[in-house]
Structures are given as structure tokens and as C-alpha cells.
Design a protein around this ligand. Structure first.
Ligand SMILES: Cc1ncc(COP(=O)(O)O)c(C=O)c1O
Ligand SMILES: [Zn+2]
Length: 415
């Protein structure tokens, strides 16, 4: 609990709860009655602004810099891993290649377990300590899982984790090395999620699932707070985000929402949610007259982390885009794989397929002439390319094997 939280509010019925009164969703509205954490913005503002006026101290160069608007008290144990404060680059060559100079890359693959999800796991694990829970659980396409496992390892908390058995091997390796208890579910992510929910209910494990646990989004919002600081208040006009469940984009919106409530910004950038064509419930709702209702589907895409047919944070995901007058767009697997090659080649940043889906969305809109030339665009890269090396390798030609002689080098150079 944090003295700075004013209340939690159900996104469906608006019912308010005191911090700590309920652990998860609104009891009246069920699993889709997610709770939004509302802070005492007026009280926080002064101290927060003072803090932001100074650059972070070395030990503060992480998400805890924003503790004033996080739902955990200073006294609660938290990971010492450096979560957040990922780089915000202006990659000149990528900008030239894509014909858009005002382009920024937020490289969240540089989190401790190599994905954006560490932001949420850091909060989830701190909450587990606060609530004196001995076991934490989550279901995941792979990144939230390996992230939770890593943060747990740093703090000695036990985890039970459910992933589809098809998750990329690097993510499974992380899980096992971090010492998580892993269930490889013979099914897809949506089935792993349902199973995890049943198990956490049955065994009383603390549930880290985003789109269910209200505090996780609070970790994700720190990305927006960093973009605010790193862009020195000159916020981008557009922020491109890859979307599966809708939690990341919902979290990024929450960060901008908090900044608006603190009076630090007037409006949020337009959020562009990018999905894979084969896994696009948000895009379908957007095209259906900006509907607020998602229709489930069976997902199929190379971008495993966003292969989600039943998004769990539908309200937050839709709201992020609708409230900022953004858009949902989709891209083909071929476009995702093109971005997977373009980003490292022209920016030196290596993203996994879901990590670069955001960039594929930017490229598609840019090519369609739908982004004004002077608009500033930030693209969030949500996961590192080493997470799914098999897909990466399948996109490139093999390097020649040569004899260990200078002659062989000359021959290869055609000298
Ligand atoms: C690398 C990566 N990008 C994007 C996403 C999508 O996030 P969300 O499911 O919250 O929409 C995920 C989720 O697992 C992810 O791991
Ligand atoms: Zn409710």
C-alpha cells in the first residue's frame, strides 16, 4: 500500500475501493472489472516535480525514481535489479532509411530479463512481499514469465509459471535458470491463462497476471514517465506500441494520464496499437466503428508474444487508443520480419518479432503517407531479439564458412 494512492476505481461500474480492500478485479463486475489506481495527485505534485528537476542519482536510475506515483510504500522490499530507465535513442540512419528524421526508439529490450515486462514484475513482486505472500504465479506467452522468474530470483520468492509449450526456447531457458516452477501447457496462451487463474484461486498464490492484478499496469506506466523525461517535455506526437492483451499500451496510457493529472503535460501523444494480422481483435473492434467490444479469435502469428486471441485488458487497451485519438493497425508477419531486419541493420537495436511489430506499424503508416513529415514518433521496442533467435536466424542468409587462412579471406573478398 502507498499513502499516495487515493482509491482504486472499477473501469466498468466506477465503484471505488480503498487501497488494499480488494486484491484483484471488481467483485460486482467480475474478471473484466479491472481497477484503475488513482493517486492523490495534488499532494504528490510538489515533491514529484522537485524530484524530476534533478537528474537521477546512480542508485535511482530505475523505475523507483517514480515511487511517489507507484502503489508501493518506500519500506517494502524491492528488487535491486535495474528495471526501467531504458535508452531513448534518435537513430539517425534509421530515420534516413525510413525517410523520417523525427523518429525515436525506446529500447525496452535492455531491461534485466530483456523485455518490457520487468517493469510490471518489479511491482508485482514488491506487492507479494507487502502482502506477505510466499508464492506468486502468472501465465504468459513467455516474457512476463521469464521476467517474473528473474525478479523473483533476485529476491528469493517462489514462483509457479504457466506458458504455452510452444514458447521460444530462450524464454524457457530463462525460466528454468531463474529457478521458476514451470508448467508447459499443451495449449495456447489463452488456455495457459485460464489454467493459471484456476490454480491461483485453488492454491491461494498471489496472481501477477496483468489484466487482472490492478497494480501491474502501474509498473508499465513508467515507460511513459521515462519518455516524458527523456524527451525533455517535448513529448512525441505518436507512440507506437505492439499489442497482445492490451496491458502494455494501457499502462503507457496510464503514465500519460498520471502526468496530465499532475499538471505536467496537457495531452497524451496519440497511441498507435499495432497487432499482427493473424492476432488482431483490437484492430477488428477499431474497424467496427471503434467498438468497445472485442470478439475472440484463434491467433496465429510469428510474433509469439502477441499471439493472443482473448485479450485480457480489453478495456485498458481500447481506452488507451480511443482516449488519445490514436489508432489500431495491423501488419503481416512478412512486415514484422522486415522490421526485425531493418532495426538492427540501421539502428543497432535487436528486437524480437513482437518487439518490432511496433516499428512495422510505423513503417506501414509512414509508407501510406499517414504521418506528417514533421511529426515526432516514438517506437517502443518491447523485447530483445535474443529472446527468439530461431526466428531471427530464419530471416538472414548464412555466412560463408572459410579455411583459417588469409588466402581464404582474400578469396572470399574476391581480391
Ligand atoms: C515483447 C512483447 N511485446 C508486446 C507484448 C504485448 O503486450 P500486451 O500483451 O500487454 O499487449 C508482449 C506481451 O507479452 C511482449 O512480450
Ligand atoms: Zn465494477
Amino acid at each position: 500500500m502507498s499513502a499516495n494512492v487515493e482509491y482504486l476505481k472499477c473501469v466498468l461500474c466506477g465503484r471505488r475501493f480503498a487501497d488494499g480492500e480488494v486484491y484483484y478485479t471488481c467483485p460486482d463486475c467480475g474478471p473484466f472489472g479491472l481497477l484503475n489506481v488513482i493517486y492523490k495527485y495534488k499532494e504528490i505534485k510538489k515533491n514529484f516535480e522537485k524530484k524530476l528537476a534533478k537528474p537521477p542519482a546512480v542508485n535511482e536510475n530505475n523505475i523507483w525514481r517514480y515511487i511517489d506515483i507507484l502503489p508501493v510504500d518506500e519500506s517494502v522490499p524491492r528488487t535491486n535489479l535495474r528495471v526501467g530507465m531504458t535508452p531513448y535513442y534518435k537513430p539517425r540512419l534509421l530515420g534516413e532509411f525510413l525517410g523520417h528524421q523525427n523518429l525515436y526508439i525506446k529500447d525496452d529490450g535492455q531491461n534485466p530479463t530483456a523485455s518490457f515486462k520487468d517493469r510490471a514484475s518489479a511491482i508485482g513482486v514488491a506487492k507479494a512481499f507487502e502482502l506477505k505472500k510466499e508464492i506468486i504465479t502468472c501465465a504468459s506467452t513467455g516474457n512476463a514469465a521469464s521476467s517474473l522468474a528473474g525478479i523473483c530470483a533476485s529476491m528469493g520468492l517462489k514462483s509457479y509459471i504457466f506458458v504455452p509449450k510452444t514458447a521460444p526456447v530462450a524464454k524457457i531457458a530463462q525460466l528454468l535458470l531463474f529457478g521458476a516452477n514451470v508448467f508447459m501447457v499443451d495449449g495456447n496462451y489463452d488456455q495457459a491463462f485460464d489454467l493459471c487463474m484456476q490454480a491461483s484461486e485453488e492454491f491461494g498464490w498471489y496472481n501477477r497476471n496483468t489484466g487482472y492484478n490492478p497494480y501491474l499496469l502501474e509498473g508499465k506506466k513508467t515507460c511513459a514517465l521515462e519518455i516524458y523525461e527523456q524527451s525533455k517535455g517535448a513529448l512525441p506526437d505518436y507512440v507506437f506500441v505492439s499489442v497482445g492483451d492490451g496491458c502494455i499500451i494501457g499502462g503507457i496510457y496510464k503514465g500519460f494520464y498520471d502526468l496530465m493529472n499532475l499538471g505536467l503535460i496537457e495531452k497524451a501523444p496519440k497511441l498507435i496499437g499495432v497487432q499482427a494480422e493473424g492476432s488482431n481483435p483490437f484492430v477488428r473492434a477499431y474497424r467496427d466503428n471503434k467498438s468497445r467490444k472485442l470478439v475472440d479469435m484463434v491467433p496465429e502469428t510469428v510474433a509469439d508474444s502477441i499471439s493472443v486471441g482473448i485479450p485480457r485488458a480489453s478495456h485498458q487497451g481500447l481506452n488507451a487508443v480511443y482516449a488519445t485519438e490514436g489508432e489500431f493497425i495491423d501488419v503481416t508477419d512478412a512486415e514484422i520480419l522486415d522490421s526485425l531486419k531493418i532495426l538492427p541493420r540501421y539502428a543497432g537495436v535487436f528486437g524480437e518479432p513482437a518487439g518490432v511489430t511496433s516499428l512495422a506499424g510505423f513503417i506501414k503508416m509512414k509508407k501510406a503517407g499517414r504521418i506528417p513529415d514533421n511529426a515526432s514518433c516514438a517506437v517502443v521496442i518491447t523485447g530483445n531479439g535474443l529472446k527468439d533467435i530461431n526466428t531471427a536466424i530464419s530471416c538472414v542468409n548464412k555466412a560463408p564458412v572459410i579455411e583459417p587462412t588469409l588466402d581464404a579471406v582474400k578469396k572470399a573478398l574476391k581480391l
